[in-house]
Design a protein around this ligand. Structure first.
Ligand code: ZN
Length: 136
């Protein structure tokens, strides 16, 4: 896609600091890093988000994420590693090319995800599960 910043990074039309690539994915340093070692794993093909990934691309993305997360863990010895992926504006997606953040974490690093657990009743969980199963 001509106007997509990640397509331009994949095509090397915009410079990036690459840490890994294979046939389907490119892993590069996030210029807006939260902590040193923050990497983005992008699908090489333009796909807006997880909804457009085929099975092979989805598998390749998480294979690269796991590989990069292990490398970050060895290289930076963080207290933890967060893996973050957003789909759609309401979910916080800002670049509409499928990508996954791999972020080394440290207590007090300022990164936060508010998780307002609502603890719905079991019947509501069963109802939601039935809707998902029928859509698989
Ligand atoms: Zn793109």
């Amino acid at each position: 896609m001509t106007d997509c910043v990640f397509c331009k990074i994949v095509a090397r039309q915009i410079p990036s600091t690459v840490v890994f690539e294979d046939e389907s994915t490119l892993a590069f340093m996030d210029t807006g890093s939260v902590n040193p070692g923050h990497v983005l794993v992008a699908c090489k093909a333009h796909v807006d988000n997880v909804f457009g990934l085929d099975e092979r691309q989805a598998a390749a993305m998480f294979q690269t994420v796991a590989r990069v997360a292990r490398a970050i863990n060895r290289a930076f010895s963080p207290q933890g590693v967060s893996i973050y992926q957003a789909n759609g504006v309401a979910a916080g997606q800002t670049v509409f090319h499928a990508h996954i953040h791999v972020v080394p974490r440290h207590e007090g690093d300022g990164m936060d995800l508010v998780w307002p657990a609502k603890h719905p009743p079991r019947a509501a969980l069963e109802q939601a599960a039935a809707r998902i199963r029928s859509a698989l």
